[in-house]
Ligand binder design. Sequence first.
Ligand SMILES: [Zn+2]
Length: 231
Amino acid sequence: MGLVGQLYKLQQLDLELQSKQQELEDVEIQLSDDKALVAAESKLASQKEQLGDLKKKQKSAEWELEDLQEKVKQIDSKLYSGKTKDPKELINLEKEVKGLKSQIGLKEDTLLGLMSQVEEIEAEVKTIAEELGRLKQEWEQRQVTLGQKKKEIEIMLVRLGRDRNTLAQQIDSAALNTYERIKLARGQAVVKVERGKCQGCHITVATSQWQKVKAGDLIQCSSCNKILYLE
Ligand SMILES: [Zn+2]
């Protein structure tokens, strides 16, 4: 392989290294992407909190209802025990029972409303918990497959890096410097000449230059400055 051929090969290795490096970064991003999981977890936590609040409200409504029912029972027993003879007091007691019963009716409505809310949230919590379970499973599977992929890419990167170093050591250091300098400035250092044209800028290469390129000399395109390579 001639000098320029070596540089071209070096460029191919550099491009491969670059693309593998990019692939590795992508895999690492995917490996750490737990947004869906975190979102589901926080949604579940907030729904559970809401459920807890509703259950507390339900409990206290139940207690209040029991208190009211107890009061009615006490007055009823007073009314029907026959101990209370005073008609005025009897009327007052009946009035009181009536008032309490309407309070009971309202409290029962509140309680029913709370119960149906609790039921609704419980169903939601169940759905989110299932979804979270599914997401966790997916996450774990992805960790395994992506972890494997990451390892493979790392092995390839080591191999490519080794090949690159071996090749670079064989290349004349002045030529290597030229290559690195152009690569840094232009992204790509070596371009093919096809049908007499530089593939970097599509300008026709002068015959005198073309002949030097053909002879294997390191020639830079007069237009785009890249190293010309003829296969
Ligand atoms: Zn050019």
